[in-house]
Design a protein around this ligand. Structure first.
Ligand code: ADP
Ligand code: ASP
Ligand code: MG
Length: 464
């Protein structure tokens, strides 16, 4: 393993000229000691603005599209002026305008088509990250720190699932060696765009919202990095979402498995797929605050001294509970379950939690609301005969629910925790709709009414 450090800066850490200056100083400090690869997100809110612009284009709304493009341009031009000496500003602004023109060209195509083909969307939204990589590298160069902006479409190879692509690690390793190693050998800092990649035949892709964390972990893995530092706007990974739990505290150390459980169950601080490439190679990760770099942050490791009890509670809204139940004993519940799961797999719908009862053979599962319609379509088609003949009760959907996950290695084999969690919730008169605990005992997932979510999260956090 090399001494290479990968540093990722999120949207707020790249959110203004002042923030980019701070980030550049953090990079400079480290690159004086060891080779560094930087991964950057788009400036905060820029990805939302780009996606909104494409929707405006699809709707044929030229005036609103122009307003958005002007906002995009003004924000990045202002940043150029705040970051660069006057002698370099003209050229940098031209570079910014050229990238925005690329976006505008795709938006125009979307307007003419009256639709947003997923691959055009991926090509277009990556412009946000390309702008911030361009600004960061330009600023570093102007401060005498050799840096080169790199479009991750040249580095990260993925499958062709536009909007949520999966990396092809071997091909990415080859590309990274060809593109990034020579820069490192010349003592230049590659500033790579987060979020995007491309298929083997060169079509642009993205890794899903919040995907820059994942980009950084993919690069850390294929470059055999010594560490990955993820710079964000909070002091590390916390025992609860700081927006919900005012007394949430920073966790000094957690395991890959805990971090992955938290991320999969809604903790926005990490993209859910970030941990897998690192865990395989045991590369340590730090989550750190670029607004308070002196604070230690959270270290994510293969194992930690777990103690007894949960480490953190997280939650997810925008989910829906789907319930299914055979209406007749002629139908095997297990077979219905198997076919339902098969349908969901083919629909590419992720199951967030699953529970079943053995006697009535009913079962329910939680999915994202964004995937609900697709799930329902596949289920109703696959089980059409059973539904029509009344062997299966109509599929029930409850979208007024939320998921809470209580996570911790220390929950394994510790009796009484579930009881304390449920008592804490019930003190607030909140009804539990469904419960799931995997046999790893790492996570207890609880489904409650959406309206009771905040109170329940605080009650559980307070209890532990
Ligand atoms: P970035 O742009 O740096 O990737 P994100 O906004 O994606 O940052 O993620 C950081 C945010 O995640 C924090 O500002 C915080 O509000 C939210 N968050 C949710 N759950 C947690 C948690 N358990 N610990 C820390 N932050 C959390
Ligand atoms: N800019 C992208 C997003 O907002 C990726 C990221 O920030 O991680 O989803
Ligand atoms: Mg993020």
């Amino acid at each position: 393993m090399s001494d290479l450090l990968v540093m990722k800066f999120g949207g707020t850490s790249m959110g203004s000229a002042e923030r980019i200056r701070v980030a550049a100083r953090l990079i400079t400090e480290q690159s004086a000691r060891r080779p560094v690869v930087v991964v950057v997100s788009a400036m905060s809110k820029v990805t939302d603005l780009l996606l909104d612009s494409l929707r405006k284009a699809e709707a044929g709304d030229q005036a609103d599209l122009d307003t958005n493009l002007e906002m995009l341009s003004a924000r990045h031009r202002e940043c150029c002026c705040g970051l660069l000496p006057e002698s370099r500003q003209r050229e940098a602004i031209n570079g910014v305008e050229a990238l925005i023109a690329e976006f505008a060209r795709i938006a125009k195509g979307v307007m003419m088509l009256g639709e947003r083909p997923p691959r055009s969307v991926d090509e277009a939204v990556a412009v946000g990250e390309r702008l911030s990589a361009y600004l960061m590298a330009g600023h570093m160069e102007s401060e005498g720190m050799p840096a080169v902006a790199v479009n991750a479409a040249e580095v990260i190879a993925t499958d062709a699932v536009f909007g949520n692509a999966t990396p092809l690690m071997d091909a990415t390793r080859t590309r990274a060696a060809a593109v990034l190693r020579p820069l490192l050998d010349q003592h230049k800092v590659p500033v790579v765009t987060g979020f995007n990649g491309s298929t083997l035949d060169g079509r642009p892709t993205t890794l899903g919202r919040g995907g820059s964390d994942f980009s950084a972990s993919i690069l850390a893995a294929v470059l055999d990095a010594a560490e990955l530092w993820i710079w964000t706007d909070v002091d590390g990974i916390m025992s609860g979402d700081p927006r919900l739990v005012s007394d949430a505290r920073v966790l000094p150390e957690i395991t890959y498995a805990e971090a992955a459980e938290l991320a999969y169950n809604g903790a926005k601080v990490l993209h859910p797929r970030t941990l897998a490439p690192l865990a395989q190679r045991g590369i340590p990760v730090w989550s750190k605050n670029s607004f308070a770099p002196e604070k230690p942050g959270t270290r994510i490791l293969p194992s930690v001294d777990a103690g007894h009890g949960p480490h953190a509670v997280t939650s997810m809204t925008d989910v829906a509970l789907v319930s299914m139940e055979p209406a007749s004993s002629v139908v095997s519940g297990t077979r219905v379950m198997a076919r339902a799961l098969d349908g969901l797999a083919r629909a590419n719908v992720e199951i967030l939690a699953f529970t079943s009862s053995s006697y009535r053979q009913s079962f329910c599962f939680l999915v994202r609301q964004s995937e609900l319609e697709r799930a329902r379509e596949f289920l109703e088609e696959d089980l059409a005969l059973e539904l029509v003949h009344g062997y299966l009760k109509p599929i029930e959907v409850d979208a007024d629910v939320a998921l809470i996950a209580v996570v911790g290695e220390g929950m394994r084999g510790t009796p009484g925790l579930a009881g304390r969690i449920f008592t804490a919730i019930s003190r607030h008169d909140i009804n539990i709709i469904a419960i799931a605990q995997g046999s790893s005992e790492l996570t207890i997932a609880i489904v409650v009414r959406r309206g009771g979510l905040e109170l329940a999260v605080r009650a559980i956090h307070g209890e532990f």
